[in-house]
Design a protein around this ligand. Structure first.
Ligand code: 13P
Length: 253
């Protein structure tokens, strides 16, 4: 049985005060549900990670980074390594979020290096995959998602990949209010699980968690998570209000 997992990606939002207030609200509100029946994580901007880690430290809410760099240390101005993230209490790291792929220009090769470094550094990576609207309209959805998965995980053994969570986030559904229908999302999640089974084995594919992301909110969370291959949600906008995020966590219990 895969344990549900709800993660909030705060993106470039909050400030020093509101990040701690939001984290505290999530930690307090999820005391009963988080931990036992559902894994919960919040991913604040780098500069608030430490304060947020402190705010959730006596709860079962985990902290994740929105990105990571693949080198361990040295002359890489502006970058943050896995060991630095571990050092301040991070458990997870997003790798290959679509905004990093399409706004910043990250390639599959770079995403693979980051994900590999995250695992080597003892973090649990969340590999984000998903097609653009034009790719869906052009009938390339499966091809694009398969490439993101295969190239993102390139060179990693089944044992290493068992540390990974995959997040299917169709780019056209991110921040647009357009959610993939539960059927559309389930279809892609089943496709990803079958691909993992072909690339590795059934046991690993059965155990790995695949989250959906893209305009998830309290009102659609339960229906999305009722699908057989949707193991949780990666939430953007609705993770910025404790009440909404807690509503989504409740739907996962
Ligand atoms: P929204 O929930 O705001 O659509 O964002 C989804 C996302 O990108 C999470 O990583």
């Amino acid at each position: 049985m895969r344990k549900p997992f709800v993660a909030g990606n705060w993106k470039m939002n909050t400030d020093s005060r509101s990040s701690v207030a939001l984290a505290t609200g999530v930690a307090e509100g999820s005391v009963e549900s988080a931990g036992q029946n559902v894994d919960v994580a919040v991913c604040p901007p780098f500069v608030y990670l430490r304060a947020v880690a402190g705010a959730v430290s006596s709860s079962s809410v985990a902290v994740g980074a929105q990105d990571i760099y693949f080198e361990e240390k040295g002359a890489f101005t502006g970058e943050i390594s896995a060991s630095m993230l571990k050092d301040i209490g991070c458990t997870y790291a997003l790798c290959g979020h679509s905004e990093r792929r399409h706004v910043i220009g990250e390639t599959d090769e770079l995403v693979n290096k980051k994900l590999t470094a995250a695992i080597a550094g003892g973090l649990l990576p969340i590999l984000c995959v998903g097609e653009l609207q034009s790719e869906r309209e052009g009938g390339q959805t499966e091809e694009v998602v398969a490439r993101h998965v295969k190239e993102g995980l390139a060179g990693l053994s089944a044992e290493k990949v068992s540390a990974v969570t995959v997040a299917y986030e169709p780019v056209w559904a991110i921040g647009t209010g357009l959610t993939a229908t539960p059927d559309q999302a389930q279809q892609m999640h089943a496709f990803i699980r079958k691909l993992l089974s072909d690339l590795y084995d059934n046991k690993m594919a059965d155990a790995i968690r695949i989250l959906y992301g893209g305009s998830a909110k309290p009102g659609n969370a339960a229906e999305l998570m009722s699908q057989g291959d949707i193991d949780g949600l990666l939430v953007g906008g609705a993770s910025l209000k404790a009440e909404d995020f807690l509503g989504i966590i409740q739907a996962a219990v």
